[in-house]
Design a protein around this ligand. Structure first.
Ligand SMILES: [Zn+2]
Ligand SMILES: [Zn+2]
Length: 141
């Protein structure tokens, strides 16, 4: 991949803003691992891959991972400290809602608030823990 200095600088800025290391543009590996910060859904809106899904063997080309970052695939797992627009937006685990507005109860994992006993459910236990961590902030507010 041949890039001009300007292109390289722009790509570096974009990757760094998405949480990549400053050196990534120079030291990228042919294959890398990305994590979904936005659930992947099919055209019907069903979650195909939940938030936090680890995807390995992704081509590591800087321009490729920059494009992936724009659609919610980042090189680190989602967390409550993640500042990407999907995690920071609080829709990490968007509950599935039917046309009638009812939530579909197909969240197999749960976590319990140690302060008040509130239970949060999610597709993955990691996501449920994350919901509790977000909820815990309401106690310290
Ligand atoms: Zn994130
Ligand atoms: Zn609580």
């Amino acid at each position: 991949m041949v890039m001009t200095t300007k292109e390289r600088t722009e790509l570096r800025n974009e990757l760094v803003s998405q949480g990549y290391a400053w050196e990534y543009v120079d030291e990228w590996q042919p294959k890398t691992t990305l994590y979904l910060h936005r659930a992947r859904t099919n055209p019907e809106g069903d979650v195909v891959k939940p938030v936090g899904t680890k995807i390995s063997g992704v081509p590591g080309n800087p321009d490729y991972v920059a494009r992936k970052a724009r659609i919610g695939m980042l090189p680190y797992p989602p967390s409550d400290t993640c500042e990407c627009k999907w995690c920071a937006g609080g829709n990490v685990n968007k509950d599935k809602v039917t046309d009638s507005g009812e939530k579909v109860d197909e969240m197999p994992e749960s976590a319990t608030c140690s302060e008040c006993g509130k239970v949060e459910r999610a597709l993955t236990s990691q996501a449920a823990q994350m919901k509790i961590r977000v909820h815990l902030k309401t106690h310290s507010a």
